[in-house]
Design a protein around this ligand. Structure first.
Ligand SMILES: Nc1ncnc2c1ncn2[C@@H]1O[C@H](COP(=O)(O)OP(=O)(O)OP(=O)(O)O)[C@@H](O)[C@H]1O
Ligand SMILES: CC(C)(CO)[C@@H](O)C(=O)NCCC(=O)O
Ligand SMILES: [K+]
Length: 251
């Protein structure tokens, strides 16, 4: 069987890929463990693993560890990474290889779901990325902002009187500190995502024509909560990166 794995900054996300379907979704925080140990534990749970398709934002040292481990265990590893042009996506970043591989793979996933559409891909993880893709599969650029957890963390780590934030009681008329920070984080991020989508859309219309339609896709750990509170319409695809990884299966 094949496994697709997305090694993010805080969490491992994985799914089994067989018969063109994804199943057995997992999202496991690293907590205080090295990411490689977390990955090894997951792999041990699949003794009949034949192929591992993996994307990582964890750098060169992590990549070497994974390559070494897979070689030692006889696991066929496919390392999905940003490139100038692959899987139907043309990467127009100034330095194409410096684009986060998770962003590239998410764009590949969007291209698979909406092959002939302009797309905006919003990935809501530790960081939030908002990326634009033309109907021809050209990645035209995007932005990076802090993710939901970081909005609150940045305040609680820098302001003495701010010590906690709660995201589960959102109100713009919050009546205690934790609720005020949590609500500010949530509605602030929702507003930021909406504003960025609208700016990108108007730029796409200026460049490619006023009559184009643009699909907005939302993925990542906080996709549901952002979709729930946004007034814009999104295609909710929480596993877009894992879906994008399946396109690397034959490579
Ligand atoms: N099981 C969970 N427990 C707590 N928070 C979660 C959980 N799953 C997702 N989240 C939320 O998801 C966000 C992290 O997103 P996600 O899991 O997509 O990526 P990540 O591994 O943290 O980061 P990256 O963007 O680098 O992939 C956090 O802000 C958190 O609020
Ligand atoms: C932006 C993140 C952290 C999102 O996971 C990741 O894609 C990354 O580390 N990117 C490298 C820098 C870039 O994409 O420009
Ligand atoms: K991610």
């Amino acid at each position: 069987m094949e496994l697709v794995v997305d090694m993010g900054n805080s969490r491992l996300k994985a799914a089994v890929y067989s018969d063109s379907e994804l199943s057995d979704f997992k999202s496991i925080p690293y907590n205080n463990e090295p990411a490689i140990e977390c990955l090894k534990k997951q792999l041990l749970a699949f003794p009949d693993l034949t192929k591992l398709i993996l994307v990582s934002v964890l750098g060169q040292g992590f990549e070497s560890s994974v390559r070494g481990y897979c070689e030692q265990q006889g696991i066929n590893l496919i390392w999905a990474a940003s490139s100038e042009n692959a899987q139907g996506v043309q990467n127009n970043y100034a330095k194409p290889l410096s684009l986060g591989s998770d962003r590239f793979v998410a764009l590949v996933g969007a291209k698979k779901l909406f092959p002939n559409q302009y797309c905006i891909v919003v990935d809501c993880g530790t960081a939030v990325t908002v990326d634009a893709l033309t109907s021809d599969g050209v990645f035209c650029g995007g932005v990076i902002i802090p993710g939901l957890q970081l909005w609150g963390d940045s305040l609680t780590s820098r302001a003495k009187q701010l010590d906690a934030h709660e995201l589960d009681r959102p109100s713009v008329l919050a009546k205690d500190t934790a609720q005020a920070i949590g609500s500010g984080s949530l509605y602030g991020l929702v507003g930021a995502v909406e504003g960025l989508c609208q700016r990108i859309e108007s730029q796409l219309r200026t460049t490619y024509g006023g009559d184009i339609s643009v699909v907005r896709l939302l993925c990542g750990g906080d996709a549901h909560v952002i979709a729930k509170h946004s007034r814009l319409t999104f295609e909710l695809e929480p596993h877009l990166v894992l879906l994008g990884l399946t396109e690397f299966s034959g490579t």
